[in-house]
Design a protein around this ligand. Structure first.
Ligand SMILES: Cc1cc2nc3c(=O)[nH]c(=O)nc-3n(C[C@H](O)[C@H](O)[C@H](O)COP(=O)(O)OP(=O)(O)OC[C@H]3O[C@@H](n4cnc5c(N)ncnc54)[C@H](O)[C@@H]3O)c2cc1C
Length: 417
């Protein structure tokens, strides 16, 4: 790839620096605005996907611009929550187990480089199961085949190890001791910080949906700048259907997802790591994380919520979901029956029809790529997805059929969890 290093072509006044960013990130952003250039690749969207795509492109030697409308890890974005689970178990969907394994390696390595190792916490992940549950049974086979450390625990072992959990009808579980959770929005900011330290030029600017077809020579921003780039990647998560309504309006379904944090009693360590792992009660479509940084014990339904607009949605939980989550908490974690709700988040999944990611070329623009469709499980995979997308852009080669636009249907039939 060739690149003349000139920077953003400035059409209007200077951009507003990102309030959510660390000061050094804001400084890097200011430098980007005045630097100038034809970029090899402009990446639009600095969530878990876009940040890692930009990072890997830079590592591959590209001159990269990274733009985000609201700032990396912002509260509206799907990557903007406090924490995200990283687990290896994916039933028989081996590619996601492999990507999780690769991603955990890359997350840890980046956090170590950024001197923020606590952005990953090895709390362990406990996947509860009932009877012959096929997904958990298949997970066991995949973990064994790929050599992922895990334990298969029966009911009495579960009760002995985690007496604070009433397992109800769950009679066995898989425990992954090396897995855990990522401190989500700060992890994304650490990736962007590392990428800018390497030379990625990052700016907080909204990109206007491109019009026409053929070759996209530049993207225009809300403030009137024009960013010239040989290739453009749109990694805009739940905004993809708004940017490309004809193409993706009916193929990516952003749904409203509520997250609840309950406050354990003072001195009660049973709901913090290491006493409490990340847990999934698959049959009840609910999961949670230990209390971290005293923000509360996290509980989140995994059922798809109502349709949501990521720009304008009010991020307030609903009494009905709170009541159903409370009912679950009282059954599964009896000591938290009367624990107060101390915090909450409303986020969104950007679901594809079956939960497989979207990585493909835009059919109308020969040099434009689309990356998204995280579908409620994408965060952990940012590093591997970024590596995959960067390799396709730099080296060429086909994309896996399961990630292609052609497989993204207009009816939701979830098969990836
Ligand atoms: C409640 C909840 C819990 C989840 N739990 C997990 C979990 O435990 N484990 C897991 O692996 N995954 C989980 N996920 C899924 C995961 O968080 C997402 O799949 C992932 O964060 C998607 O990242 P993204 O980069 O595609 O999108 P986003 O993080 O939304 O990033 C897109 C970015 O694009 C920017 N953008 C949009 N439009 C424009 C524009 N026009 N110009 C410039 N920038 C633009 C936005 O500002 C945003 O920052 C969860 C999601 C939610 C909502």
């Amino acid at each position: 790839m060739t690149a003349t290093r000139r920077g953003f072509v400035k059409r209007a006044g200077a951009g507003v620096l990102g309030a959510v960013l660390a000061p050094s990130l804001a400084r890097a952003q200011a430098a980007a605005v005045s630097a100038g250039s034809l970029y090899d690749v402009a990446v639009v969207g600095a969530g878990a996907f876009g940040a890692w795509i930009a990072y890997h492109l830079k590592r591959a030697g590209c001159h990269v611009a990274l733009l985000d409308a609201y700032g990396a890890g912002n509260a509206r974005s799907s990557s903007g929550g406090q924490s995200r689970v990283i687990r290896m178990g994916y039933g028989d969907q081996e590619i996601y187990t492999r990507w999780s394994m690769r991603s955990l390696e890359l997350w840890k390595s980046l956090f170590s480089e950024a001197e923020q190792p606590s952005l990953f916490q090895r709390a362990g992940v406990l996947w509860m199961a009932r009877g012959e549950d096929p997904l958990t049974t298949q997970t066991l086979v995949t973990l064994q085949r790929l050599g992922v450390r895990h334990e298969r625990l029966g009911r009495s072992e579960l009760e002995g190890r985690w007496p604070q959990i009433d397992f109800g009808p769950n009679n066995w579980a898989i425990y992954e001791p090396e897995s855990g959770f990522l401190m989500a929005f700060r992890a994304v900011q650490a990736v962007v910080q590392t990428a800018t330290d390497m030379g990625v030029e990052y700016v907080r600017e909204s990109v206007i949906p491109p019009a026409g077809e053929g070759r996209l020579r530049s993207v225009a921003t809300g403030s009137g700048r024009k960013v010239l780039a040989d290739k453009v990647v749109f990694a805009c998560g739940p905004w993809l259907p708004k940017l490309f309504p004809e193409l993706l309006g009916e193929r990516i379904f952003p749904t409203r997802q509520e997250v609840f944090y309950f406050g354990p009693a003072p001195g009660d360590e049973r709901f913090r790591s290491p006493a409490m792992p990340v847990w999934v009660d698959f049959a009840e479509q609910i999961y949670g994380l230990p209390d971290v940084e005293a923000r509360g014990f996290k509980v989140a339904p995994d059922r798809h919520g109502e349709a949501i607009d990521p720009d304008s949605a009010e991020r307030v939980i609903t009494p009905a979901t709170l009541a159903s989550v409370r009912d679950f908490v009282a059954r599964r974690f009896p000591a938290l029956k009367n624990a107060p709700l101390v915090a909450s988040e409303v986020c969104q999944y950007e679901n594809t029809s079956n939960g497989d990611f979207l990585v493909d070329r835009h059919p109308g623009f020969e040099n434009v790529w689309l990356a998204g469709g995280g579908s409620g499980h994408g965060f952990k995979h940012g590093p591997a997805l970024g590596e995959y997308v960067a390799a396709r852009i730099v080296q060429g080669g086909p994309v896996d059929m399961r990630f292609s636009l052609a497989t993204k249907e207009k009816v939701q039939k979830r098969t990836v969890y």
